[in-house]
Structure formats: C-alpha cells, structure tokens
Ligand binder design. Sequence first.
Ligand code: ADP
Length: 160
Amino acid sequence: MKKIAVFPGSFDPFTMGHEGIVKRALNLFDEIIIAVGANALKKSYYSLETREKMISKVFQGEPRVKVDHYEGLTVDYCKTNGAKYILRGLRTSADFEFERAIAQVNKAMASEIESVFLLTIPEHTPINSTIVRDIIRSGGDASRFVPATINLKDYKGEES
Ligand code: ADP
C-alpha cells in the first residue's frame, strides 16, 4: 500500500523551511500531498489559488508531490485521500507545544492516522511565513527565504 502523507498548512507564503521538510519527507513516504488549508476566518495575504500555484511551481518536476487545498478537518481530508500520515515541521519548543495539542486531538479523532514531525535544519529555524510576509508587504527582498524556483515578483498579494 502506498504511504501517503498530508502536509497541511497555511503556506502564506511557502518558504524554504517548508520546502526542506517536504524534500526530506520524500525519503519516508511514497506520496506527499501539500494541502493548503482554506480558513474562512483567517485572512491570508496570498489567495488560495496563488499559494497553490507557487507551491506547484516548486515541485513541478516531482510527481510524488501533489498540491491541493481543503476546508474542514485535516483528519477528514486524510481519510478522503487515503493518507495515514500527517506531516509537520518543528522549529522550536513553542512549535512543539502547539503541534502536540493538535496531534493529540487528531489522534483522539482518528486513531489510524499518525502525525510525523521533522525537526528543521538549524538554518531554517528562524524562517516563518509571518516574517516573510511582512518583508514582502514592506517592499523588502524576501527571495532568500523562499524556494529558489519562486520568483516573488510573479505573484501578487492582497492588501488587507
Ligand atoms: P500553519 O498555519 O498550519 O501553522 P504554516 O504554513 O505556518 O501553517 O506551517 C505548516 C507547517 O510547516 C507547520 O508544521 C510548521 O511548523 C512548519 N514550518 C513552518 N516554517 C518552518 C520552517 N522554517 N522549518 C520547518 N518547518 C516549518
């Protein structure tokens, strides 16, 4: 049976940290679905469509990575797509506490699904989407924090 993992997140925008986690996880799973969460209550900078386009560009040569979006519970999305694993990245102990609660609740809701965590490489620890977004909004150059294949000038964000 194919080992499928879902990598859920906001990815607003997708960063080198996210890319690093997916690339390493390709050694562990047969297929990874990067699933952009559509959260009606959380205002995003890049539209869902733009985020999916950006991520697809990064993995265009890798057929084992799929890009999708979803609404609702991550465990329900996993079940619909035959995924038994939820992939998440850890940077700090704050990430750990946040992830622990989500993973334990997910486990209570769907015991057959395992959350798998990869610790980020030290160089990626300070990279987070909020800071990258702030740099972009303020007209700075954030290219070194996003995958080399993403040319930020090609994508327009939505001012809030
Ligand atoms: P969410 O809104 O669900 O936290 P994010 O897009 O911020 O979505 O992050 C998705 C996942 O990627 C989370 O598990 C997060 O901890 C992880 N992540 C974010 N930035 C990095 C990074 N620099 N290195 C490793 N993992 C990261």
